[in-house]
Design a protein around this ligand. Structure first.
Ligand code: MG
Length: 218
């Protein structure tokens, strides 16, 4: 979401989305068709994993709310959570050993990290705070600071050793498509990442890299 076209959320509107448990979310169909998948998927945070900007909508300190980590409270009692499919997507990626990264240009680095620390990834509707995973623990690599996202990806590449051509990136701002000059495929999303957008992203990644056929494993 581009800033100039967006009005800040009203405080009474701030009770945002809540993730559904992972087992309520279907597996992306591209994960079951036997065709290649990227080795790493990277997610922007604001308007990709949650419907807010950390630097304008949320004020630290962040506290856990009483819903087993589905949402958090900020200093003014605003309630914030992931988009509904996020737990399902992260859990599926972990299960398939796909490396998970976060790349955010927010200047509110502490708020973003604190949200990821307090939010949980529930696997079933019955999961409590104790039996679900900390969201932050689902990410293998996190690059959260202002600046061009090419820097974020250069560091993700250096730290992970994964080729740019093996990375698929989800982001809501078209300006961040500049990472494609490195060889990363970026899939532009509009209203948060969903299972359907993961499928579209994987299809775009296969097409761009000429990997639309089955490959011998190993
Ligand atoms: Mg964003």
């Amino acid at each position: 979401m581009t800033r100039h076209s967006h009005l800040p959320l009203e405080p009474e509107n701030s009770a945002t989305t809540t993730t559904l448990p992972a087992n309520a979310i279907p597996t992306p169909s591209t994960f079951n068709d036997g065709l290649p998948l990227p080795k790493m998927m990277v997610f922007d945070l604001d308007y990709t994993l949650w419907p807010l900007w950390c630097d304008t909508h949320v004020s630290g300190p962040i506290k856990g709310s009483k819903d087993n980590g589905r949402t958090v409270y900020d200093a003014y009692g605003g309630s914030y959570g992931f988009y509904s499919d996020v737990a399902g997507i992260l859990a599926t990626l972990k299960q398939r050993n796909i490396v998970i990264g976060a790349a955010s240009r927010t200047s509110a680095t502490e708020v973003a990290r604190s949200m990821l620390t307090h939010l949980r990834v529930p696997f079933t509707a019955e999961d409590s705070k104790e039996t679900s995973a900390k969201a932050i623990g689902m990410f293998d690599y996190m690059e959260i600071y202002p600046g061009s996202k090419t820097t974020h990806f250069q560091r993700l590449h250096k730290k992970s050793g994964i080729k740019y051509e093996e990375m698929l990136f989800f982001d809501d701002e078209s300006r961040n498509k500049n990472v494609e000059e490195l060889g990363v495929v970026m899939h532009l999303i509009r209203n948060g990442v969903t299972v359907a957008e993961v499928d579209k992203g994987v299809e775009a990644w296969r097409k761009r890299n000429g990997r639309t056929k089955k490959e011998a494993s190993g």
